[in-house]
Design a protein around this ligand. Structure first.
Ligand SMILES: [Ca+2]
Ligand SMILES: [Ca+2]
Ligand SMILES: [Ca+2]
Ligand SMILES: [Ca+2]
Length: 295
């Protein structure tokens, strides 16, 4: 079997030799976006390089829920249910070429390599977001209120039942559109309100300045000229609230695919590649979560 050196350096270059063999001397899918379709039992990942009329595709006929857990999963390529194809065509591939239920009749495949060995490694990365106005990189790397939800996806970081988004400089009074500069610090104790569980410094926890005990201290107002009781140090009545409000957050899942020990075969010809990064698909799955932390 003829071995062909596979170089990933430039765009595809096909050379017709005297004996008619087509030799692939180089190719590059780096600029092509990794896409996906299908579902459990029939996952398809593909890249199309329109300039060279070529595609690289991975089919996984597995019943796993691929993105359920964070971390890597490895699937062996067996040539029947799990396989990789490198193909060239005689015309442009439409957007739905890989995802239509009826296989398209055009364009025609001119070169078809099949990988029946090697493996596909999928790594799922979970990105948590609480959309609380504090950028993920600026959140405290820990759990301020100890409610079991780390600050990075806790929409009420100090656990005072006033959402973080409403404890920043929500009026944007400094005009810089950055909620973290000059964040509200009602009692001027050096701890910003969104991390301060006694915002007015009157010795009563904000969570317990909730007269109607509806888990919302913002609607308990004794003196409308000052504002809610939790921001009014002159009002220091305690209503024992030992409950957290409902929390919501989002998990954005990204998947990265790397092909390992790939052996692509077309007739007499064989292409090997030790490691081929197919790329990453962002937000392949987005999960909206709701949880009420245990007090
Ligand atoms: Ca927390
Ligand atoms: Ca947070
Ligand atoms: Ca607070
Ligand atoms: Ca207070």
């Amino acid at each position: 079997m003829k071995k062909i050196l596979f170089l990933f350096i430039a765009s595809l270059l096909l050379q017709s030799c005297d004996d008619g063999d087509i030799i692939i001397t180089s190719f590059n899918f780096d600029d092509a976006e990794l896409k996906a379709c299908g579902q459990q039992g029939n996952y398809v990942f593909y890249k199309i390089n329109p300039e060279a009329l070529e595609s690289l595709s991975l089919k996984l006929g597995v019943s796993d829920s691929l993105y359920k857990d964070a971390g890597p999963k490895t699937y062996a390529l067996n040539g029947t249910t799990n396989f990789v194809n490198y193909r060239t065509y005689d015309g442009d591939l439409g957007a739905s070429y890989f995802c239509s239920s009826i296989p398209p009749t055009a364009p025609i495949v001119t070169v078809d390599y099949l990988a029946a060995s090697g493996s596909a490694e999928l790594t799922t990365i979970f990105l948590f977001d609480d959309d609380d106005g504090v950028p993920a990189e600026d959140e405290f790397d820990g759990d301020t209120d100890g409610d079991g939800i780390p600050d990075i996806y806790d929409e009420d970081d100090d656990g005072d039942n006033v959402p973080t988004a409403l404890e920043l400089d929500i009026q944007n009074e400094d005009g810089d559109d950055n909620p973290l500069t000059n964040p509200l610090d009602t009692d001027n104790d050096g701890v910003a309100d969104y991390l301060d569980d006694d915002d007015d410094g009157d010795g009563v926890l904000t969570r317990n300045e909730d007269k109607n005990m509806d888990l919302n201290p913002r609607n308990d107002v004794t003196d409308p000229n000052v504002g809610a009781d939790y921001l009014n140090p002159e009002v220091a009545d305690t209503y024992l609230v030992n409950e957290y409000r409902l929390h919501e957050y989002t998990i954005n899942k990204n998947v990265k695919i790397v092909l390992k020990n790939l052996v692509l075969v077309s007739g007499e010809e064989e292409i090997t590649q030790e490691s081929l990064n197919m790329g990453t698909i962002e937000s392949i799955e987005v999960i909206e979560k709701e949880a009420t932390p245990e007090f």
